[in-house]
Each structure stands twice: as C-alpha cells, then as structure tokens.
Write a protein that binds this ligand. Structure first.
Ligand SMILES: [Zn+2]
Length: 386
C-alpha cells in the first residue's frame, strides 16, 4: 500500500500508518471529546481522554493484526508489514496458508485477541466499580475499550470473505471440496450477501427515521448518519468481497506461470553509450515502449525509461548517454527465469514498472512485460494449458 508512514517495528514486523488513518484519529478524538464533554468533564480533560482513547483504539487494532501475524509467522508464513488505514488494519502476509487448518488458526487469532482485550477491559471496568453511578474518566475509557474491542472481534467473525470469519468459512469449504478457488468463491458470495444485508438494514433504519415524523433537517441528518453509515459499510464490504475473490482467482490462474514462460526473448537492448536523441528517435518512438534494457554483450547495465529521459532538457539529448541517466544495475528490479508470475506481477505493481528483465548469471535472457504476462494468461484461458 502506498502513501503510508513507517512507525517502527514490533516482533520484526513493520508497522505503517496509511494517511487515511488520520481521518479516523481526528474523528475518534472528536467523538470521545464530545462524549466526555457531555459527561461534564472540562475541555482539557475531554481532549486528553479523546486522544488517549484514540491511541488505545489504534493499539487495539495493531494487537488484532499482530495476533494474525504471530500465528502466520509461527506457521512459517512471513509477514512483511501491518498497515493501519481508515477502516482498520491489514497485515501484509507474504502468501496464503497452504493448509486449511493453518488458515483457520491464523484467521481466528485476530478476533480472539480483540474479544480477550474487550472482555478484560469490561472486567476491569466492572471490578473497579464502573457500573456504579459515579464513574470516572478512567472508567469511560475502559468502557469504550470493552465496547470497541468486542465490536471489532464480533464484526470480524461475520462469515463473509475476506473478513476473518469468512476466511474460516473458506477453510472449512476448502477442506471439504479440496477446491481452493471454489471455496473462496462461495465464501466471497457470503461476504457480498452480508454486505448487502448490512446496507439493507441501513436503508430500513433511514426510512424508519423519515416516515416516523415530519422530515426536519434534524431527522434527515439522523437518518443519514445512522442509516447512511451502514449503507456505506455494507457497500464497502460487498465490493471488497467481490474484488478479493477476483484477486484469488487471478492468483490461481497465474499458478505455474514462470518468468521463462512469460518473457519475450526477441527484444532489443541499448548499448550504454547510445545518446538519448538516438534512443528516442530509433527505439522509443517506433516501438512505443516506455523502458529499455541497457546491456553490453548481454550483461545488464541498467534500465532507461521515459521518466529518466524527461529529466534531461531536449536540447541536451544528443550529448547525453543512456548510461548517464539510466537506473543502474544494482537498483534494477530483476527476476530469475524460475520466478513465479504472481511475484513478478506484484513487483511490477509495487514499483510501477512496465517490464522486468530476466537474468541468468547476470546475462539478460528475456523481458517480462505487462503485455507478455497478459498474453500467456490469455493463451492458457483459450487452450487450457497447464
Ligand atoms: Zn482480523
């Protein structure tokens, strides 16, 4: 995920904050601030409690994702990072579990962690007398920690993919049918259905508000907030359910494709000494390609693309060489001939590349491009070759 802030590492996992998370931080702080204000706390105490509560929610979401991650790592599945964004957290787990049991454990760990925190906060709230009328700011924070973590746990247990409960459902179906793609498909349909059901409840709530009395501005605002929120959430859930399935189907379709089966071998390389003028005139314009491999006797020297060339004023193109503007070999993203198509496609996506040179012992043996990958997948779809 792009545009995020690196916070640090816990258990070797990078914790990142997507910029959209600041919206939540502000909203949550504001929510708690007004809540504490209504309970007649002073402005400074309310603000402090708002900030502390936001921070605790942040830590609760991190704990949830860490629980998933710890089980993943113990099962030998590497976890790159945890990113918090506007609607929660995502652990970037390097690959899917290869056994249903592993996935069930991984999926359950998050909600289990949230429910534990929720119950512990609730118990602490009760034990310290939070249910008595003279509740303090401390109790309010504990109470919200309990409510929010229980909600986080229960909500994630809904049996629709890609939520945690949906992952459990998929694993059970996977175990029964031995068909990973089909299991994911059914679980994602459940996810879409749950999304539409939540949106439906939202519509019903909004309509109830509107038909109950005269549609004053206040009633309309209430209807939009309480019902509209659920409609948005439901719509979001059903769309991620559909797109997560497409993602899985795509990965399945890519299975077995390697760099050597998807690369083109008849591409032209650029000698390092070639001028940008010549490069643009003889290569980029006629081929309409965006990037070229720079090599001497087949050995990779670097990659030059349109962005590199644009940094040089056109008047100097005839005296500037490809070698002086290219991305040097030590910074070029490359692939081995055995590398899997999925991993290459992910590299292209992550680094926004149009092509990746394939190297064997430092010699360029081919080039995988978005087009060449698409062509192989199309061929496989047409001829069913495996
Ligand atoms: Zn989770």
């Amino acid at each position: 995920m792009g545009s995020s802030l690196r916070l640090g590492k816990i258990l070797g996992i990078e914790i990142r904050l997507h910029y959209s998370w600041f919206i939540i931080f502000a909203l949550v702080t504001m929510f708690f601030y007004t809540d504490f204000q209504a309970a007649e706390y002073s402005v400074s105490v309310s603000l402090a409690m708002g900030l502390v509560s936001s921070l605790l929610i942040f830590l609760s979401v991190v704990a949830h994702e860490l629980a998933h991650s710890v089980v993943a790592i113990r099962s030998g599945i590497p976890v790159r990072s945890i990113t918090l964004f506007v609607l929660g957290g995502v652990a970037s787990i390097a690959k899917e579990a290869d056994r249903p049991k592993t996935e069930i454990l991984m999926a359950m760990a998050g909600p289990a962690c949230s429910l534990t925190i929720g119950l512990a906060s609730g118990a602490a709230w009760f034990a310290t007398g939070g249910h008595l009328s003279e509740a303090t700011a401390f109790h309010s924070v504990l109470f919200w920690m309990a409510v929010l973590n229980l909600q986080l746990g229960v909500f994630n247990l809904l049996p629709g993919f890609p939520m945690d409960g949906g992952r459990v459902l998929r694993s059970i179906l996977w175990q029964r049918t031995r068909d990973y793609r089909r299991a994911t498909h059914i679980a994602s349909i459940a996810g879409q259905a749950i999304g539409w059901a939540i949106a439906g409840v939202g519509v019903v709530i909004a309509v109830t508000y509107l038909v109950r009395g005269p549609a004053t501005a206040e009633v309309i605002a209430d209807a939009l907030f309480s019902g509209g929120y659920l409609v948005l959430l439901g719509w979001f859930l059903s769309s991620i359910a559909a797109s997560s399935y497409r993602q899985v189907a795509w990965r399945e379709a890519m299975k077995g494709i390697t760099a050597s089966s998807a690369m083109v071998s008849d591409f032209r390389t650029i000698p390092p000494g070639m001028s940008l003028m010549e490069l643009v005139r003889d290569y980029i314009q006629p081929n309409r390609s965006r990037s070229f491999v720079v090599a001497t006797d087949g050995r990779l020297q670097g990659v030059v693309n349109i962005e590199n060339i644009r940094k040089v004023p056109q008047s100097r193109w005839d005296m500037t060489t490809a070698a002086s503007v290219m991305t040097p070999v030590n910074k070029v993203i490359t692939a081995t001939p055995e590398e899997e198509g999925v991993s290459i496609a992910e590299k292209m996506e992550e680094h926004r590349l149009d092509g990746i040179p394939v190297l064997r012992d430092g010699v360029v043996v081919g080039l995988v491009t978005r087009n060449s990958l698409a062509r192989v997948m199309q061929m496989r779809a047409q001829f069913g070759t495996r």
